[in-house]
Ligand binder design. Structure first.
Ligand code: SAJ
Length: 408
């Protein structure tokens, strides 16, 4: 193999490109965002991740290239975003389709074309194959099509790229084996080769499983709240059973994966997805549950002014800077719907103002509020527990152990 061209240098494509390059393979990373390409070429990473800087330096010393242009080569990995359409709950494959076409414009005969972007089950058959075939290209001869969905978790990406097992979906086992070998240049765990539809489906099933498990924890939180029981203690004890592993309740489920992928199954199999739909609705109801807890706490403490309430955390989870579908944004949207404006917001990871009444300085934020709602458990907060002690606290992430703290 000559050069691997990774297309899309976002949260998945960039670390993947760096890992291949670190392992000694010749890598070209392509992105249509010229500013991103420029800063990557000048030594600047667009986001932070444990271990990313180190891998980046190694890749730079192995002469990784960043460009806006597609490379003429025989191996491509497409890791462009697959936005989801909020209203229809369906995936929009436009970026994948456009990247596939750009690859087909330049690629060599017999090229290997791997799609890493998460796609809803059936997308490759429905959209990608016809797109290739309408150009008179024979799949399996002129081009080999594969799907290799990623499994890495933001916050621990580099470790997981190396240690998580992977799935390769291929039409042809021999090509699947070849791609398995390619990924084993950095992946030390088992790499399973299967067909493309099973690879698409298993990816979405993994995220759906987690969504359902979190929904169970959230439902338990509501049950325990209604009858004055400690949900954390109950989950802790239940999880001591060797075959029970309940996840943690929280203010909602965000991110571009777990809160999105289950909808693909609901959209495609509406008559067969009662459990999946209920779980989705349960998790989506959590910001409203937090809102009603806030109202109750305001009443109890005789605080009438919503501007005295502050939400800590805007990201979808701890120690990342990604705000997509975040429970705090969902909560703010619901407050707006109820014409309740003025709640204050702070997140140490978000330095630009993206919502109203957002603070950039923590102390200033704390000084302005009476009720502090902990929406995200950033390490920053865990290191500042002394600063928040004097506030009335609603802790949705079970971080504070001091007396008088309200829980979910
Ligand atoms: N959450 C809870 N309770 C929990 C765990 C998570 O409320 O016990 C919430 C988080 O706060 C967050 C949301 O769920 O709002 C999702 O966070 P996450 O850490 O569970 O997952 P993601 O979205 O960062 O990454 C997931 C992972 N999938 C699984 O664990 C099955 C990751 O491995 C995938 O690669 C990623 O989706 C993806 O790209 O699909």
């Amino acid at each position: 193999m000559s050069i691997i061209n990774i297309v899309g240098l976002g949260y998945i494509g960039l670390p993947t490109a760096l890992m291949f390059s670190k392992s000694g393979l010749k890598v070209v990373g392509t992105d249509y965002n010229a500013n991103l390409v420029k800063s990557l070429s000048e030594g600047m990473l667009p986001f932070e991740e444990e271990g990313l800087e180190d891998v980046y330096q190694k890749a730079l010393s192995n002469n990784i290239e960043f460009t806006t242009v597609y490379e003429k080569t025989d191996t491509y990995i497409i890791a462009v975003p697959t936005p989801y359409i909020k209203e229809s709950k369906k995936l929009d494959p436009k970026y994948v389709i456009s990247a596939v076409n750009s690859v087909l414009d330049v690629c060599e005969e017999g090229t290997i074309l791997i799609i890493e972007s998460t796609v809803s089950p059936g997308t490759i058959d429905k959209y990608i194959r016809p797109e290739i075939e309408k150009r008179g290209i024979v799949i399996g001869k002129n081009v080999h099509l594969l799907h290799a969905p990623e499994r890495i978790i933001p916050g621990n990406m580099i470790y997981e790229l190396e240690h998580n097992s992977r799935t390769i979906g291929a039409d042809n086992l021999e090509i699947g084996e070849k791609v398995r070998e390619l990924y084993s240049s950095f992946c030390n765990s088992e790499i399973v080769v299967t067909d493309i539809r099973s690879a698409e489906m298993s990816k979405v099933v993994e995220n759906t499983y987690r969504d359902i498990n979190i929904a169970f924890a959230n439902e338990l939180a509501k049950i325990c709240r209604s009858d004055n029981m400690d949900v954390y203690e109950i989950i802790r004890i239940a999880n001591m059973h060797p075959r029970v592993n309940i996840l943690q309740p929280g203010p909602g489920v965000g991110g571009h994966c777990i809160s999105v992928d289950p909808w693909f199954l609901v959209g495609d199999y509406p008559d067969l997805t009662n459990l999946i739909l209920t779980a989705r609705k349960t998790n989506d109801s959590m910001p409203t549950h937090v809102l009603s807890r806030i109202r109750g706490i305001m009443r109890e403490n005789n605080i009438k002014d919503i501007t005295k309430v502050g939400l800590y955390g805007l990201t979808y989870k701890e120690n990342v800077d990604d705000t997509r579908e975040s429970p705090t944004l969902q909560l703010l949207e619901r407050m707006d719907e109820h014409l309740s404006f003025g709640v204050k917001v702070f997140d140490p990871f978000i330095k630009e103002k993206i919502v109203n009444h957002q603070f950039i300085h923590f102390e200033e934020f704390i000084n302005e509020i009476e009720i502090l709602v902990l929406m995200v458990g950033h390490d920053h907060l865990k290191n500042n527990l002394d600063v928040i002690k004097s506030k009335i606290i609603l802790d949705t992430k079970n971080i504070c152990s001091f007396d008088g703290v309200y829980k979910l």
